[in-house]
Design a protein around this ligand. Sequence first.
Ligand SMILES: [Zn+2]
Length: 212
Amino acid sequence: MARLRSLVTGYRRFRETGWAQQRERWTNLAQGQSPKVMVIACSDSRVDPTRIFDTDPGELFIVRNIAALVPPFEGDGGRHGVAAAVEFAVTQLEVEEILVLGHGSCAGCAAALNQRFAGTVPGDGGSMSRWLQILDVASDAVRARHPGALDRAAYADMEHVAVQASLANLRTFPWLAERERRGKVKLHGGFFAIDDGVFHLLDEATDRFEPA
Ligand SMILES: [Zn+2]
């Protein structure tokens, strides 16, 4: 597993190959970026959008956090990192599509479902608990659908529903909902199942995730 020393070794490889061989690309990128797609993904080390979608630098505008969540719109003057990233992507970079990318074996979604950090204080799980409250309504619904002990199906349900919750929350941003209505930006839900490496796209007409 990588430590800083091996990161520097990797960086040197990158300088010799990825950077030197694509020098023209980097020279162009130094002038600015114009990605067409924003991805909202989980911080999970196994779910790197640039790997999954085999993209080059400059192609994806990405924000990552625990469980790939978007909080609902809050016009309260608070310091909202996801809102700022979405606003920058849509109004300044004019990305045409936003993909919320959920994934299998998501520890954040699991904690939202089993309430593992409920009642803890910051430094002991409290910050995660507070963040995962974004999924409270969704996790209540999943527990109601899966009475009894939480099994694999319940956790998978939670991972899918979390993507839909973030899409719904994106649509609470009035300026974004308006742009979606006008067809200026498209919102998508996706899911990457780590174990079999299959990427699924959400069909919002059927609420089903289908292999892409
Ligand atoms: Zn995750």
